[in-house]
Design a protein around this ligand. Sequence first.
Ligand code: FAQ
Length: 312
Amino acid sequence: MNSQVTAEDQLARFEERVARGEKVEPGDWMPDEYRKSLIRMIGQHAHSEIVGQLPEGKWIPYAPGFRRKLTLIAKVQDEAGHGQLLYRAAETLGKSREEMLEELLAGKAKYANVFNYPTPSWADVGVIGWLVDMAAVVNQTMLQQTSFGPYARAMKRICYEESFHIKQGYDLVATLAKGTPEQKAMVQGAIDRWWYPTLMMSGPPDNLSAHTLQSLKWRIKTKTNEQVRQEYVDLIVPQIRALGLTIPDRDLKYDEKSEHWSYTQPDWEELKRVVNGDGPMNKERLAVRRKAHEDGRWVREALAAKRKEVAA
Ligand code: FAQ
């Protein structure tokens, strides 16, 4: 009886702390569901950064010119660094990086839907850097306020770098939009293909979102998926139009009263399919990750042997 009261007290104290805006640190008491939800979310986020290197990374050998190539290499390396940082943050909650990677390679873990689409043209690099990173930054700016300290701190560093990625993406898109008719058509094609997948990045609508209510209560998230998506739409629509490019949504319009752009919802069944392994590129993405993991096995084994030698 007493121990039950204690558990309730602990939960009440935890919820009061979180409601006051205090950060929860790894050694603090936290409900099991809070821990699980954060491991789930941070792990998926880390996987997204790691798999997210592949669609743009494919273009490194073909980048037109030295400066574009250097910038793209740096961006892709940044994403790898974000993955490392996030796996570390998730590890503080008690799940090892090895376990998380095993789940990813076994096809049991989710990662952002957008990375399961192909990148057939150079313009995709610009559109990913601009639109995908913009949608990511809007969400991650919200996550800087998350109640879990290590995640909030990781978000500050990551947002700083992703904001620079947006600039390189914009610069590439703007260059193509002002270029030859072929270049303009190429970049318009990329916007047409990426519009709906980037809308899906913020997650399903609130009435279909399994985790939002509990996450808001514990301040894991501080905005709903729809609030985040609306912020992204309001930011990006005027910028795309200012470049003379169009958005593949005939019903897109600015609502003077709400001061927001209203837009056509993406196909939420498509999101479900893609995040559950049945998108256009899921199999290829995982095959490349598995090969990279195998290729790196000798490094992990050498490090483990050295660690054993030092400890002996
Ligand atoms: N993709 O109940 P909710 C980046 C899953 S970083 C895949 O609404 P929640 C940088 C969701 O996990 C991009 N899965 O879930 C970069 C859940 O599955 P579960 C990644 C999705 O957690 C740029 C189920 O559906 N960012 O791009 C998606 O409250 C360029 C039900 O959904 C993050 O991960 C989706 N779009 O809200 C890198 C940020 N949407 O676990 C390289 C952290 C939903 O029940 C190149 N995560 N799901 O099996 C979040 O903010 C949240 O987890 C959401 C989903 C907003 C993704």
